[in-house]
Design a protein around this ligand. Structure first.
Ligand code: GLY
Ligand code: MN
Ligand code: MN
Length: 468
């Protein structure tokens, strides 16, 4: 248990005020938000605890079994109550020190705090006579039932003149929009997470290089590089990987959700690493692909150059006023041209770039999107369609809301790739090569800030880093 960062607490209070202002616009109401449950892994061993991102965004509080109730009047004035675990000398010997309601109220700046055991008694009181109730729809299994029980308890007091909220709103819809725009406190944390993750990638590349002369007894394997990544995350102060690390040697790189396994990493093959840390509740997300022995072969070099050029084209497309889909389209054009140039797509299948794009022939070798939002969650929340714009027919005949207009403060990944599975109609030199290059970027007023630039990326930078 460490004292919360005052800058974070100030931002949490501002976020509660901003949420309150939006609830006030709807006539006032009460927002209720629980943190994530603790999960058992097997028998009495539990998964490492991770708080709920929405809850942390509004509270900065990371203890399990906690709930926030924000009561908002129509004039925007509001009152925040935290419910959390009470102090407990016996449990604190086993599980660690708790803030307790009084400590949490004083140190985190809530207006009131109660023991979590009082939730079912307190919530009907807090909800009675509120015009509306705001809670996260379909987020936490079982929460809906609790909401129903609290409302039923209010309704049972109807004859005493107490009224049930007549309206319910999805709290996620409001918070998703707020979370989409990162403030400087968040960006500071994301920059530090990115530095730690970039350092981990450098370390993994160096470990592969070192294995040329001093291989581990079992020969270099995927888990050896995963160990380097994990070491670097924790050594850098990060709490955990932001997602399951992918360390994929050779053909394994063509399996998009491969995890670090025990396959050998062989000289002459590529290794794809998609791994990054979570620091103080914020994710990073980096992919690098490098030759196990430190030198790209001719075919690897050819495909890598295409993916790199497509990533650079996508990065250039990130700026305020552009659409979320623009980097994807920019990457696709370069990838499509490269697939034609290398013979991955035969000219009689699609004669030019436009035909490759229109027919979707590229999907055989590039089957995912180029970007996703990133923030507290690696695939962060936020609407991918521009609010207020109507559903429109797309060039491919599908119907979608036009993609989001990029604005300063939005954070996204740029991660094109090419994955070539062995097949008779594909040039043999490219068989089993999988390449992805992924950076995290923030839209800035004058363009795009790359947070993860410290991980070597060009062919020259990778070969030089692995030469020394
Ligand atoms: N590592 C997850 C992703 O790249 O989306
Ligand atoms: Mn990603
Ligand atoms: Mn990734």
């Amino acid at each position: 248990m460490s004292d919360p960062d005052p800058r974070l607490l100030q931002r949490c209070a501002q976020r509660r005020a901003e949420l309150a202002a939006r609830i006030a616009q709807a006539g006032g109401g009460v927002a209720v938000l629980a943190t994530a449950p603790e999960l058992m892994r097997n028998r009495d061993a539990d998964y490492p605890y991770r708080h709920d991102s929405y809850f942390y965004y509004l509270t900065g509080f990371t203890e399990p079994q906690s709930m926030l109730v924000l009561a908002v009047r129509a004039d925007g004035s509001h009152h925040a109550t935290l419910l959390c675990r009470p102090r407990d000398a016996e449990r604190e010997i086993w599980d660690g020190v708790r803030f307790g309601p009084d400590g949490a109220r004083e140190r985190f700046g809530f207006d009131a705090a109660l023991p979590i055991e009082q939730a079912d008694a307190a919530l009907p009181e807090l909800l009675a006579d509120a015009p509306s109730l705001w809670w996260p729809f379909a987020l936490q299994p079982g929460f809906e039932t609790r909401v129903q029980q609290w409302l039923a308890a209010v309704r049972a007091q109807a004859r005493s003149g107490r009224r049930c909220p007549a309206l319910q709103y999805d709290l996620c819809a409001v918070l998703d929009e707020m979370r989409l725009f990162k403030d400087e406190v968040e960006l500071d944390t994301m920059r530090r997470a990115a530095l730690i993750s970039a350092d981990a990638h450098r370390r993994a590349m160096r470990a592969a290089a070192a294995a040329r002369t001093a291989p581990p007894a079992a020969g270099l394997r995927e888990y050896h590089l995963e160990a380097e990544l994990l070491w670097a995350f924790r050594h850098g102060g990060a709490q955990a990987p932001a997602y399951g690390s992918i360390v994929a040697g050779g053909a394994n790189a063509c399996i998009l959700h491969y995890r670090a396994g025990d396959a050998p990493l062989r000289a002459g093959e590529l290794c794809l690493i998609d791994a990054a840390c979570e620091l103080d509740g914020y994710a990073s997300d980096i992919t690098r692909t490098f030759p196990v022995d430190g030198v790209f072969s001719g075919a690897q070099r050819e495909l890598y150059a295409i993916v790199l050029e497509s990533q650079q084209a996508a990065l250039r497309a990130v700026r305020p006023g552009a659409r979320f889909d623009d980097p994807h389209q920019a990457a696709l054009r370069v990838l499509a041209q490269g697939m034609l140039d290398t013979g991955l797509i035969a000219r009689d299948v699609a004669p030019d770039v436009d035909a490759v794009l229109a027919s979707g022939a590229y999907r055989r070798f590039y089957m995912h999107r180029t970007s996703h939002w990133i923030g507290m969650d690696v695939h962060d929340c936020g609407d991918y369609g521009e609010p207020g714009e109507a559903v429109a027919e797309q060039p491919d005949g599908s119907r979608r809301v036009p993609s989001r207009v990029l604005r300063a403060g939005m954070a996204l990944t740029i991660e094109p790739g090419i994955y070539v599975r062995a097949a008779d109609d594909v040039p043999a030199a490219f068989h089993d090569i999988g390449i992805r290059i992924e950076d995290d970027v923030v839209v800035q007023p004058d363009g795009c800030e790359v947070l993860t630039a410290d991980a070597p990326k060009s062919i020259e930078a990778i070969e030089e880093w692995m030469r020394d």
